[in-house]
Design a binder for this molecule. Structure first.
Ligand code: NAD
Ligand code: ZN
Length: 362
């Protein structure tokens, strides 16, 4: 299943630096293809705060997406069908996502479903789309997931409940604009949880079995940048914001050119079960996986203390109906990252009995 060689894809255009979103309009004009409309996906914060409002116009082609829950196949299919109805069998000339991981993943998923004329559940898995998606631009307004860099659009399958990506080069953004000014309004707890998502992408790649020189390089660079940010006096300085956007991007490339480890599969299982957002679910998972990632655990929870950020425990959301065996099977369905972390014989090592012990730590 693992290939000896793994590649990654890059956007044609990567703009960075505070103020760089002033170039969005000119990028739209130069990248759009055909007479179709430009479709905007906006995070509700972006819409309410009128961020970049001189560029998007409130109207039928501007969608303020639902970030109340992580993207599902049902929601993606609904957006696809609304856009198809509006475009009357033609296609948008371009899509722009302005927001966080949810907004960006929705744009990625919708873009390939539109061109491949398929329901999103059919696109989940590895390299299912056969046609390029709609040309698209990402403008992240919260940083850490690496959705702006990765070839994955993470969706919860409405039928099976399983969280699984559309993993395809065709989901990748053609242009990414990393404007550090846009993340200045992110509350510190969210800022921290999401930055730690990037840190975990880097660490899990570096502690995996299936490494390569490119993924190592991206991951080591991201890890170092993030350690410098959170060891510094003021992680929220303008220059640290710029560095965080770079680290998020590099860690996204690292995970795209390798695999994550144990934190993400466990995070996906508890995230779906308890409806906990991805970046926070990672930290709950990391607590349980302390013996697997001891240094990372201590470092991250040390930074949380320093920033006065509280990470709730699983006990606070746990309920009597929770079926540990269901959580275990949800976790190990993500076999590639589990195998990356533990090797080919992971089944003998990572038993349900061991899983129950780690749940107690969370
Ligand atoms: P998100 O998109 O929901 O954003 C989090 C919150 O921040 C939202 O409430 C949003 O309104 C708010 N927000 C956004 N910008 C803001 C700003 N500038 N100021 C204040 N608030 C702002 O969450 P996220 O953590 O960015 O993304 C999570 C999603 O990303 C999940 O669905 C997860 O599965 C996915 N993900 C994808 C990848 C990938 O490679 N594609 C990797 C990791 C996670
Ligand atoms: Zn992640």
């Amino acid at each position: 299943m693992f290939e000896a060689f793994r590649g990654t894809t890059f956007p044609s255009i990567l703009l960075s630096g505070a103020g760089s979103s002033s170039k969005l309009q000119s990028q739209i004009e130069s990248l759009r293809v055909g007479p179709g409309p430009v479709v905007f996906f906006l995070d509700p914060f972006v819409a309410n705060a009128n961020i970049l409002a001189s560029i998007w116009v409130a109207g039928p082609f501007t969608f303020v997406v639902d970030v109340g829950q992580e993207p599902s196949t049902g929601y993606v299919d609904k957006l696809v069908s609304e856009i198809q109805d509006l475009c009357q069998r033609s296609l948008p000339s371009l899509m722009v996502a302005i927001g966080g991981g949810i907004t960006m993943d929705l744009a990625k998923a919708v873009s390939v479903c539109l061109t491949n004329s398929q329901n999103s559940s059919k696109m989940q898995g590895w390299d299912k789309p056969t046609k390029s998606g709609i040309i698209k631009i990402a403008v992240p307004t919260i940083s850490g997931t690496g959705a702006e860099a990765s070839r994955t659009a993470v969706l919860t399958n409405t039928q099976s409940g399983l969280k699984l990506g559309i993993n395809s080069d065709f989901t990748k953004f053609d242009c990414v604009i990393l404007d550090a000014d846009l993340i200045s309004t992110v509350p510190t707890n969210l800022f921290f949880f999401n930055a730690m998502d990037a840190y975990l992408h880097a660490v899990e790649v570096l502690e995996g079995h299936y490494r390569n020189s490119f993924s190592d390089f991206f991951a080591k660079s991201a890890r170092q940048i993030l350690e410098d940010i959170f060891d510094s006096q003021d992680p929220r300085s303008v220059s640290n914001h710029e560095h965080l956007m770079m680290a998020s991007y590099l860690a996204g490339l690292a995970l795209t050119s390798s695999f994550v480890g144990l934190v993400h599969p466990l995070s996906a299982a508890i995230g779906v079960e308890y409806k906990i957002p991805h970046s926070l679910a990672n930290l709950l998972a990391l607590r349980g996986l302390k013996t697997h990632y001891p240094n990372t655990h201590d470092r991250i929870f040390g930074w949380a203390d320093k920033l006065d950020v509280t990470v709730p425990s699983l006990g606070e959301v746990w309920n009597a109906e929770t079926d540990a065996s269901k959580l275990y099977s949800e976790m190990v369905k993500h076999e590639l990252p589990v195998r990356n972390a533990l090797g080919q014989d992971w089944q003998t090592d990572f038993t349900f009995e061991k899983f129950q012990l780690l749940l107690k730590e969370m």
